[in-house]
Ligand binder design. Structure first.
Ligand code: CMP
Length: 223
């Protein structure tokens, strides 16, 4: 167990209130993994044996339809946890976790996590908080998939991305690192070609700017 992952666990909101002693115990049992892009951490239906914390990089949470179409339910980044559902309800993984970029993860085995939950009621409260927020986001996503056209879904996608991961440039613009058109398409339930076409429309209609892997959006569009 490297010092780096001990430090990382201290920074994660879920573990922020644990005593040094408890955290050191978790850190001692935790494992660090490094993955390239497009690596499957686990698949839907796998046995759930660990909780994962994202140390760096991005992870796509993906469900696949019987005819092979992927839907990205969420993109998780540094400090976020996943794999908690299978540990809490002892049911196989509800979705696959696939690296969207090179990533470093810390895993905590089920038995260690179970012991921690029993000793630390505050941890359960934090997990409930995380799950409530995810349910809220899932509801919003369901609403947009059911009721919005592709342009509406894509606009909401970019606005959420700008709010969650955008950086203000201080001159009225926000910059964000744009996921691949394929990942965007899989997040909003459309094709890669349609994403490219609607992004072109956004450039001409709303002044969105795309340069390389980055997208620039005016801050006023977030209000
Ligand atoms: P688990 O079911 O063990 O494995 C898949 C994980 O993906 C799940 O735990 C959650 O951690 C995560 N997950 C599933 N659905 C969502 C969602 N809608 N939003 C964010 N994360 C999710």
């Amino acid at each position: 167990m490297s010092e780096r992952s001990a430090k990382l666990l201290h920074r994660i909101d879920l573990f922020a209130d644990l005593s040094e002693e408890d955290l050191d115990q978790v850190a001692a049992a935790a494992k660090v993994h490094t993955f390239p892009r497009d690596e499957r951490i686990f698949d839907a239906g796998d046995t759930a044996d660990a909780l994962y914390v994202v140390a760096s990089g991005k992870i796509n949470i993906v469900v696949t339809s019987p005819d092979g179409k992927d839907l990205i339910l969420a993109v998780l980044g540094e400090g976020q946890v996943f794999g908690e559902m299978g540990l809490l309800d002892a049911v196989p993984r509800s979705a696959a976790a696939i690296t969207a970029t090179p990533a470093e993860l810390v895993s905590i085995a089920r038995s260690d996590f179970d012991q921690l939950l029993e000793r630390q009621p505050g941890l359960s409260r934090k997990l409930l908080h995380i799950m409530a927020e995810r349910l809220r986001r899932a509801n919003t996503k369901m609403e947009s998939l059911a009721y919005m056209d592709v342009a509406g879904r894509l606009a909401r996608y970019f606005l959420d991305l700008a709010r969650d991961h955008g950086q203000s440039l201080g001159n009225g613009w926000i910059v964000l690192r744009r996921p691949t058109h394929s990942d965007i398409a899989h997040s909003i339930g459309t094709s890669r070609e349609t994403v490219s076409r609607v992004i072109n429309d956004f450039e001409s209609q709303f002044g969105m700017v795309n340069k390389g892997r980055f997208t620039y959006i005016r801050e006023e569009q977030l209000r």
